[in-house]
Design a protein around this ligand. Structure first.
Ligand code: SF4
Length: 333
């Protein structure tokens, strides 16, 4: 599956200094801290990280789905001149599906088990006061289902009558129903077998190109990401530690954590390891309740220096090839 090539060069999504904290009896836990990135229209960015790294928190914050005791503490997230983070609830309801849509992890839990597929698609449209006749709804639903590779008859079925892959296709149909500028896909294929995974990713890629939308793909399998995205962001302990084009990060990863991720990618000699799985990295991700001082990666870093436990690195440009900046947060640079 080739990375996308179309689309004008303007950011579809521009995220700056996003912070999300959970305020617990043990104190403030920064689940996302200073997260800054942008995705051009028609492009796909992957956000990879172990569980607890902040990638899903970032996705939920962009959808304004952070629940108490969590709160967005800083930042902007601009789509089409609108800062999603400053919208009131009503404005955000309107922005969902039309500006930004989520293809959730685990379609099983996100679909209503007692509603027919067609009614679940209609519900999303009605949220936007779409005033269609019964015929128009029928036509639109048939068109959406066909686009995601399902037969129009699926509209009259309940989720339990569908396979896991079909259910995930229904969530994609809902996500694209209003032609959003940005689609967030949170580990959309994690519960599916590899053949179905690939088919669904191909469908998502085709639809994204047709819409000219940007995709933010959240995941932990860098091998799967590599087949799909144009740019990558690597998250660790709530921060982005490296961003760049796929080529830059695969060929010349700068941050030691990214280097270890790339080293964990499969080779012909290493069939024993699951493809690009982050669980292949030695050591465990730090608890956000007790982050290591300085660079939070220092207890696991094979290149740690004396200064690393006391100074916190910030993202800076480490490579500027063809105007595509590669940034890393590491004191080696
Ligand atoms: Fe390793 Fe130090 Fe760089 Fe952190 S700042 S990744 S500990 S070398």
């Amino acid at each position: 599956m080739a990375a996308s090539t179309n689309g004008p060069q303007s950011p579809a999504l521009d995220v700056k200094n996003l912070g999300v904290s959970y305020f617990t009896s043990s104190g403030e836990v920064k689940a996302a801290d200073g997260v800054t990135f942008s995705i051009m229209s028609g492009k796909r960015m992957g956000l990879v990280g172990e569980s607890g790294s902040g990638k899903t928190t970032t996705a939920l914050a962009l959808m304004r789905l952070i629940k108490p005791p969590g709160r967005i503490t800083s930042g902007t997230a601009v789509i089409d001149n609108t800062d999603l983070l400053s919208l009131n609830d009503e404005e955000m309801r309107n922005a969902k599906l039309s500006k930004i849509a989520l293809v959730p992890q685990g379609a099983m839990n996100s679909l209503n088990p007692v509603a027919k597929v067609k009614n679940q698609i209609i519900d999303g449209l009605r949220d936007h006061d779409a005033d269609y006749s019964a015929n128009q709804y029928r036509e639109l639903i048939n068109e959406l289902l066909t686009k995601v590779g399902l037969s129009p008859q699926v509209g009259d079925m309940y989720p339990h009558e569908l396979s896991g892959g079909m259910k995930q296709r229904v969530t994609i149909a809902i996500a694209i129903s209003m032609g959003p500028n940005v689609i967030i896909a949170d580990e959309p294929t994690s519960a599916l077998d590899v053949v179905v995974q690939r088919q669904i990713m191909e469908t998502l890629a085709e639809l994204q190109e047709e819409l000219g939308a940007a995709i933010l793909l959240i995941g932990h399998d860098i091998g799967l990401m590599a087949q799909f995205v144009d740019t990558l962001g690597v998250m660790y302990a709530g921060r982005l530690v490296e961003t760049g084009t796929l080529r830059q990060l695969l060929r010349e990863p700068k941050h030691p954590y990214t280097q270890m991720l790339i080293d964990s990618l499969p080779s012909l000699e290493r069939q024993d390891r699951k493809r690009g799985d982050l669980r292949g990295i030695p050591g465990t991700a730090p608890s956000l309740y007790a982050l290591p001082s300085g660079c939070p990666f220092h207890p696991r870093c094979p290149q740690a220096m004396d200064i690393c436990p006391s100074e916190e690195p910030v993202l800076k440009v480490v490579n500027d090839d063809n105007q595509s900046e590669q940034l890393a947060a590491c004191l080696l640079y």
